[in-house]
Design a protein around this ligand. Structure first.
Ligand code: NAD
Length: 420
């Protein structure tokens, strides 16, 4: 008999898909995975804030019905060591929209990374990271308010595809022989070998999602970030396929940077999104020096991994940067940091990353009023310098509160806004 620990709340209804659109009931069942390490602390705090905002925004007309799903250490306890049970995977598919805390990948558990497995199993091909500045948050930049970008990182291919051969192994020798003898490649003996597949299918669906997002959210540009000057047939091809999608599928809505200057004299028409590209290394520099020139960014897996943490650091670090992994329909919103084991169960860390992932989740299901209440409450709390330890140590005269204390402060603000 398979083990079952899932219970969907009977009073809730599942999100469905009709005509390629999500249909959101007023009582949607959303999944949550609390996560390991600091996961339980931040998830408990955030669930209270999200619920308070929904209640304040819609009274009894709308309510989220949460279903707890199990993955990571909590799953291992319940499912005889299985850290990613089949019924969790099935529930993430059935519920369509879920949110998760950070997960530990147990060493020797048969998984390279639980998060990578999750993305690949559910084909969540876009890792979406909106990064913007919240006034008052400590930042290393002089003008962090100029940072407002949404990064679309390809999630399923590139060097993360897991095609790697260890130095000295029989497999490596086979690949080395083939590359040297049949393909004429030259490289040092005994090299570990990794393969970097980048496909037209994977690149195009990622860029398509980024352009659609830019159109739906009135963004000004989509920048394709790649290292095509060196890796021509992978990174260069990603850029080429990105422009192809823009031209062939969004021809009426997009122009290239070249057209902007040649045809429009550098003045961007209101109705057009500019598609441009930048080499990855210069992009790191530009995001520090001229961040206001960038809006939506679409990039390959490894570039996106580096770039999203670097850009998040510009506006306060991974403690508050939200994220989501999204496929054609299924979306798993997530805290972008790890499990920070040394702070587990101390009720101490910043719940901001998970909190804003939830804000993005509310926007994703069209509950913008509730999302806005949380953002406003957050700005008011930061303005009063009510913060967790990580921000408190970078601010003067801050009032340091616990994770749950920060949630309490936000909930008070949300309730006050209702009375205002
Ligand atoms: P980490 O993000 O867990 O922690 C690094 C440091 O960042 C912490 O020591 C802490 O100082 C700070 N930090 C992280 N989250 C914070 C928060 N919410 N508030 C305040 N400070 C915070 O990274 P790590 O130590 O490299 O990884 C620990 C574990 O997490 C590993 O097992 C790793 O595999 C896992 N991990 C999981 C995810 C995920 O589930 N998405 C992502 C990254 C790492």
């Amino acid at each position: 008999m398979p083990i079952t620990h899932l219970k969907f709340p009977e009073s809730g209804a599942k999100i469905t898909i009709q005509n390629n659109q999500l249909v959101i009931p007023n009582n949607p069942i959303l999944g949550y995975i609390q996560g390991d390490g600091i996961g339980p602390d931040i998830m408990q705090a955030c669930l209270r804030v999200w619920d308070a905002a929904v209640l304040q925004a819609y009274q009894d007309k709308r309510k989220i019905h949460w279903a707890e799903l199990f993955m990571g250490e909590k799953a291992a306890e319940k499912y005889q060591g299985n850290i990613f049970p089949d019924e969790t995977r099935q529930a993430l598919q059935d519920l369509i929209v879920s949110i998760k805390g950070p997960l530990t990948t147990p060493i020797g558990g048969g998984f390279r990374s639980l998060n990578v497995t999750l993305r690949q199993t559910l084909d969540l091909y876009a890792c979406v990271r909106p990064v913007r500045y919240y006034s008052g948050v400590p930042s290393p930049l002089r003008h962090p308010e100029l940072v407002d970008v949404v990064i679309f990182r390809e999630n399923t291919e590139d060097v993360y595809a897991g095609i790697e051969y260890q130095s000295g192994s029989a497999e490596m020798r086979k690949v080395e022989k083939f590359l040297k003898e049949e393909m004429g490649a030259t490289f040092f003996e005994n090299s570990g070998i990794g393969v970097k597949p980048i496909s037209p299918f994977g690149s195009k669906r990622l860029v398509r999602k980024a352009i659609k997002y830019a159109i739906d959210n009135n963004r000004k540009s989509v920048t394709l970030v790649h290292k095509g000057n060196i890796m021509k047939y992978t990174e260069g091809a990603f850029c080429h396929w990105g422009y192809e999608v823009a031209r062939e599928e969004f021809g009426d809505d997009t122009i290239t940077e070249d057209q902007l200057h040649r045809k429009y004299n550098g003045k961007q028409p209101e109705s057009k999104i500019v598609i441009k590209d930048r080499i990855a290394d210069i992009m790191f520099q530009l995001m520090l020096l001229r961040p206001n020139e960038f809006d939506v960014i679409a990039t390959t897996n490894l570039n996106g991994d580096y770039l999203s943490d670097a850009i998040a650091a510009e506006v306060g670090g991974i403690g508050i940067a939200p994220g989501a992994n999204i496929g054609d329909y299924i979306a798993v919103f997530e805290a972008t940091h790890g499990t920070a084991p040394k702070y587990a169960n101390l009720d101490k860390v910043n719940p901001g990353s998970l909190l804003f992932s939830g804000v993005n989740m509310l926007e994703h299901i069209g509950w913008n009023e509730a999302a806005n209440l949380i953002t406003t409450a957050y700005l008011l709390a930061i303005d009063k310098k009510i913060v967790t330890y990580d921000f408190a140590r970078q601010m003067e005269n801050a009032t340091e509160v616990s994770t749950s204390g920060f949630a309490d402060a936000l909930i008070s603000q949300i309730e006050e806004m209702g009375h205002g």
